[in-house]
Design a protein around this ligand. Sequence first.
Ligand code: FE2
Ligand code: FE2
Length: 178
Amino acid sequence: MVCIKAMGSRIYLDDMNERLAQEYSDCVKDLMENELVQRLGECPHHMDISRLQHVINVSYYSFLLAEKFGLDTRACARAGLLHDLFFYDYRTSEYGVKHTFVHPRQALDNARTITELSDKEEEIILNHMWPACIHSPRYMETYVVSMVDKYCATFEAANYFCRKLKYSKLFSRKEELK
Ligand SMILES: [Fe+2]
Ligand SMILES: [Fe+2]
C-alpha cells in the first residue's frame, strides 16, 4: 500500500496487529494492490491531497461507520475505494459542472474492469453524489458513503488551509525575528 493511513486516523492500515486494520484489509486488499487504483496517487484531488488519499479516507471512514451501525462493511469499504476511480482533472476538464454527473459513471465503468461489483456497490459508486443524482438511493450504505465523501472533502480542504495558515504564521514570525 502506498498510502497506509486515513487522514486523521491513528491506525496504520498495514498493521495486522490492529483488528480494524486487518478487517479493513480483508475487504480491500486486492483493490489496494490494483494498478488502476494505485494510479489515483498521481491525480491531484482536493487541494494538495491525492485522489488515492481521498478514496482511502472515504473508504476507511465509511467502513468504520458501517461497522458501528451494523451495515455492510465490505460494500462500504470497496465502493468507497472505487467511488472516484476516474483520471481527468476536474478543475481543468471540459465537463465543467457536468463533472458532478459524469465522474460517477466513469468511476463505475472503470471499477467494472478491475473487479466484480455487487448491486449495492454499483449503486454506491453511481449515486455517491447524492442528492445530485437521478435516482434516490435504495441502500443505506449509499447514504453513508455519500455523507462520508462530503465530510472528507470538507476535512481535506480545512486541513490544507490550517497547514497553510500555520506555515504563513511561522514564516512571518521568522521574518519578525530577523
Ligand atoms: Fe466523487
Ligand atoms: Fe469523493
